[in-house]
Design a protein around this ligand. Structure first.
Ligand code: ARG
Length: 467
């Protein structure tokens, strides 16, 4: 049965007496950015339509017509030929209208038992599930490259720093593993974010559900989601999962930024311990001699942007009363920005890490100065029976003395050493080598060759076991 009245231009136009002001249209639209969600919107609508058929709200034919129309629309998006209409506000109304143009009346039944409030919440959750999965793959590739670098440099000796001052000898393998561990936590966080986002809010309606006998779990199953949300009023306004994602992205970018900062420094003429191939460097328009690490600087800079995205979303959420508020439309752009930056940064660092090379000779030459073996000497004194605090003080005096002569600790003659402590064995100083310093730190998490190789193996088998 038909009412005879023509349908309003806008799905919500029935109770309005005049058309929306043009300036208002431009001010309120989101289609210019929420088109990003077209895949998720179509997938969600398809599942909703199948459910409506299952519970008898739509006929089989109506359901099939909807699915057919949605798949044609997906094709239009793929080809870039979807006719976007700004007057239809957002991705949801754009797709629904297009569906009507293709299949007629059944399109007008698709929104039964659904609101844009639960629809957009679903779309965004699906987006987070999809993009955390994509990021996990990228991070995993990066970890694999870092691990092969670690393996390559397991015997490359270098100074480890604290406060940017030379501290103790480590190896390239141990150094690279440090980045692998951080990234492994980032990977774990991405997967956890995807897991938390992966439940269906559909059925929440505008806020208070629907009078139709819907099957929410069926929709969730069709979408490959692990469950359904527990309260409609919460589900339409919950964006915790988006904040989780931006937090995980911010931390990932902070890690990449720390790495970038380190390598910017290491590739300077002053440090000169890292070689970055020309294809990953950029030049200056004025100074012909310049080779600059711009990709690293952009990664460091963009980490600030993603952190800003995160703060912006949290600030948006903090003042919202219960239920859907249009402020929530502003949750998308920063999320999309963070995701796009994160993905590009991880894949760029993967290429760069594969191409960059630690300069073994240079690093080795930095090991003789700075008393890097002082801790080893102090621990040897402890083994000779000296309490650690006293050993620390004795070695401190020896370091000051060797510094004043421009000698390294291993070059101090026995007679001189004896002036500070008379129990050193013969030729003690000569045995103090960075190789030994590394190899005797042979406990889980330590820099000894076996331990580094063991950890590389453990991370590799963890990655292999991941789905
Ligand atoms: N474009 C809107 C958003 O992104 C969709 C939900 C609109 N809901 C509403 N009650 N106006 O949040």
């Amino acid at each position: 049965m038909q009412t005879g009245e023509p349908l309003p231009e806008k799905p919500w136009g029935g109770r309005f007496s005049e058309a929306t002001d043009q300036e208002v249209l431009a001010y309120t639209e989101s289609i210019s950015f929420d088109q990003t969600l077209w895949r998720q919107d179509i997938r969600g609508s398809g599942a909703h339509a199948k459910m409506l058929v299952k519970v008898g709200v739509l006929t089989e034919e109506e359901g099939n017509a909807i699915l057919q129309g949605l798949s044609e629309i997906a094709g239009e998006f793929e080809r870039g030929s979807f006719p976007v209409r700004i007057d239809l506000e957002d991705i949801h109304m754009n797709i629904e209208r297009r569906l009507f143009e293709k299949i007629g009346t059944p399109a007008h039944k698709l929104h039964t038992a659904r609101s844009r409030n639960d629809q957009v919440a679903l779309d965004l959750r699906l987006y987070v599930v999809d993009e955390t999965a994509a990021l996990s793959v990228l991070i995993r590739n990066l970890i694999e490259v870092v691990l092969s670098k670690a393996e390559e440099t397991v015997d490359l000796l270098m100074p480890g720093y604290t406060h940017l001052q030379p501290a103790q000898p480590i190896t390239g393998g141990y150094y690279y593993l440090c980045h692998a561990e951080r990234l492994l936590r980032d990977l774990d966080r991405m997967q956890e974010v995807g897991r938390r986002a992966g439940i269906s809010p559909l059925g929440s309606g505008a806020l208070a559900g629907t009078t139709f006998p819907i099957d929410r779990t069926y929709v969730a199953d069709l979408l490959g989601l692990s469950g359904i949300t527990g309260n409609g009023l919460d589900a339409v306004s919950d964006r915790d999962f988006a904040a989780d994602f931006l937090h995980a992205l911010s931390l990932l970018m902070v890690h990449l930024s720390q790495w970038a900062e380190e390598w910017i420094l290491w590739s300077t003429v002053e440090f000169s311990v890292l070689e970055i191939p020309d294809r990953y460097m950029t030049g200056s328009s004025m100074m012909p001699q310049k080779k600059n690490p711009d990709i690293l600087e952009l990664t460091r800079g963009r980490a600030g942007r993603v952190l800003g995205d995160y703060v912006s979303l949290m600030t948006l959420l903090k003042g919202l009363p219960g239920g859907y508020n249009r402020d929530l439309q502003e949750d998308k752009e920063q999320l999309f920005d963070g995701v796009s930056i994160g993905k590009r940064a991880v894949s760029m660092m993967t290429s760069l890490c594969g191409g960059a090379r630690l300069k073994g000779e240079k690093l080795r030459s930095r090991l003789s100065s700075g008393g890097l073996l002082a801790t080893d000497m102090a621990e040897d004194l402890v083994r000779m029976g000296v309490p650690f605090r006293e050993a620390h003080a004795i070695v401190g005096r020896i370091v000051a003395y060797s510094d004043s002569l421009g000698l390294s600790l291993s070059e101090i003659p026995d007679e001189e050493l004896a002036r500070f402590y008379d129990g050193f064995p013969k030729e003690y100083a000569k045995c103090l080598t960075p190789e030994m310093a590394v190899s005797r730190r042979n406990h889980p998490g330590g820099p000894a060759r076996e331990r580094v190789l063991e950890r590389i193996g453990a991370i590799r088998s963890f990655l292999a076991g991941m789905k």
